[in-house]
Design a protein around this ligand. Structure first.
Ligand code: FAD
Length: 471
């Protein structure tokens, strides 16, 4: 039997779920279809949350090994990692979070949640195949595609060998590998390389480009490279992986070097973290006028696809691929569809945290991006080696960079590499979004001793150097 809804939302991740909830809370009749068996998408099941659960275990293990520095005597040689317990804790948190999301959705009368697969069939209808029950045709007025992204397959021989893991698969690994080679120095590769290193693996990180974390402030990325090396990670830049082959003992990842010649890295497990692509397989786009590239579904400034009435949010619409970005887009789109005038999120106001060690966090544009956009900018800096909170925490190295417009001193970007940088980004995002000037941060009273004092300090030094606005 056919069914009719005002809005069909395909994908129950951080993009689709908040959009579906906001629309239904405003009285729309909404169906949210999720192909998995829980609610939360990649972020909850294969992304942000499981990787940060491992990051937290790694952080605590690292802290224990440094206990003596803080005057705590521990028999550190007796400390052991119980990986099965870590995995069990992960599963428990995932289930708890998914269950809570399902309960929140269930409380909204005009929102139906169905676990199954949705496929568009033309401009105003979709075929729904529930995991349990009969398939049916659904008619809708509007549709939101929020189907996320998938890991890229590395186009090299041996990428499908056993013990070559994608970022999804490695999160379920049954034990810490003795030798791990990570292919790809983006956020996912860097985070997981450091986590597995802290948990005891010998890690080699291979990156095709001349630096890790392209797109991130180069000076901070270079400083982080030094931390990777000090932590015992073998970092190889400018390499091109050619093949992965199996031997009796493990795997060899063979690669060409930019300066000529080749080399190889031995591994008992390989992680390929070579980017992600929009998840559009089986979505029925060919039955519509929706155009898409491997980078994502094409959308206009109101997130409408090339098929009127069908919209796309989050990873499936391309970069940037972050959970909070997907949510911001989903909520802005919901307001738009409800006829409320509200701005759509702009990439130049986005914020992000790379949960590296130390954390690398950012809001707004880098100095290079601002200059490329034709802006006249300068940078206020703060060195955390002199910072009270950083010294107390035993992480007294790092750098804050505040990018500001030299004409009106408005803040365009904030970038920090320091343990605890993630917690600075709430203020940073507000500064960038509101376009506040350096004077506003300098005047705000920041509590002592906290890392946030760095904002006011950097602003005061820059203002003292430049004099009043206009100079
Ligand atoms: P997704 O979360 O991918 O959700 C899409 C959903 O659509 C999925 O549940 C899928 O099952 C469903 N679906 C797909 N096709 C269909 C269909 N045809 N019918 C029905 N349902 C369908 N971001 C951060 O902000 N912070 C982090 O720390 C962070 N860490 C990450 C770590 C890793 C290892 C990875 C891989 C990603 C990380 N991300 C992080 C990125 C973040 O997970 C994504 O940006 C976010 O999940 C995108 O949300 P989304 O709603 O667009 O898509």
């Amino acid at each position: 039997m056919d069914k009719q809804y005002d809005i069909l939302v395909i994908g129950g991740g951080p993009g689709g779920t908040p959009a579906a909830m906001a629309l239904a809370q405003a009285g729309k009749k909404v169906l949210l279809v999720e192909a998995g068996t829980g609610l939360g998408g990649t972020c909850l099941f294969e992304g942000c949350i499981p990787s940060k659960i491992f990051h937290e275990t790694a952080r605590r293990l690292r802290d224990i090994t440094r206990a003596a520095e803080f005057g705590i005597r521990l028999p550190t040689e007796l400390v052991q990692l119980d990986w099965r317990k870590v995995q069990a804790r992960k599963r428990e948190i995932l289930q708890r979070r998914s269950g809570a999301a399902i309960n929140r959705v269930a409380q909204i009368k005009t929102l139906d949640l169905l676990f199954g697969h949705a496929q568009l069939q033309g401009t105003r209808q979709a075929e729904i195949q529930p995991h349990e029950g009969e398939p049916f045709t659904l008619h809708f007025e509007q549709c939101i595609l929020a189907t996320g992204s998938r890991p890229n397959r590395l186009p090299v021989h041996g990428a499908d060998l056993p013990r070559v893991f994608s970022s999804d698969a490695i999160l379920d690994i049954e034990c810490i590998p003795e030798y791990l080679t990570v292919i790809g120095g983006g956020p996912i590769g860097v985070e997981l390389a450091q986590v597995f290193r802290a948990l005891g693996a010998n890690v080699t990180l291979l990156e095709r480009g001349p630096r890790i974390l392209s797109g991130v402030d180069e000076e901070l990325a270079r400083l982080l490279e030094q931390h990777l090396i000090v932590q015992g990670i073998t970092l190889q830049l400018n390499v091109s992986v050619k093949t992965i082959c199996h031997t009796g003992k493990g795997l060899f990842v063979q690669y060409d070097l930019a300066e000529g010649g080749c080399d190889q890295s031995f591994a008992t497990a390989v992680l390929t973290a070579a980017g992600r692509h929009a998840h559009i397989d089986g979505l029925g786009l060919e039955t519509t006028a929706i155009s898409a590239t491997p980078h994502g579904i094409t959308v206009d400034e109101a997130l409408q696809t090339t098929e009127p009435g069908i919209y796309a949010v989050g990873d499936v619409a391309g970069q940037p691929m972050f959970a909070h970005w997907a949510t911001a887009q989903g909520l802005a789109l919901a307001r738009h569809l409800l006829g409320q005038s509200a701005p759509f999120p702009q990439p130049m106001h986005n914020s992000a945290v790379i949960f590296s060690t130390p954390e690398l966090a950012m809001a707004g544009l880098t100095e290079e991006q601002a200059k490329a956009a034709g802006m006249d900018v300068a940078v206020a800096r703060y060195d955390f080696s002199q910072d009270a909170r950083a010294q107390i925490g035993g992480h007294d190295s790092g750098l804050l960079k505040i990018v500001y417009n030299t004409l009106d001193r408005k803040i365009i970007g904030v970038h920090a590499l320091v343990d605890g940088a993630a917690n600075l980004m709430g203020e940073a995002a507000l500064l960038v979004h509101a376009g506040l000037p350096l004077e506003a941060i300098a005047a705000a009273i920041h509590p002592h001793p906290t890392l946030t004092e760095s904002f006011a300090q950097a602003a005061r030094v820059a203002l003292a150097a430049h004099g009043p606005v206009g100079h």
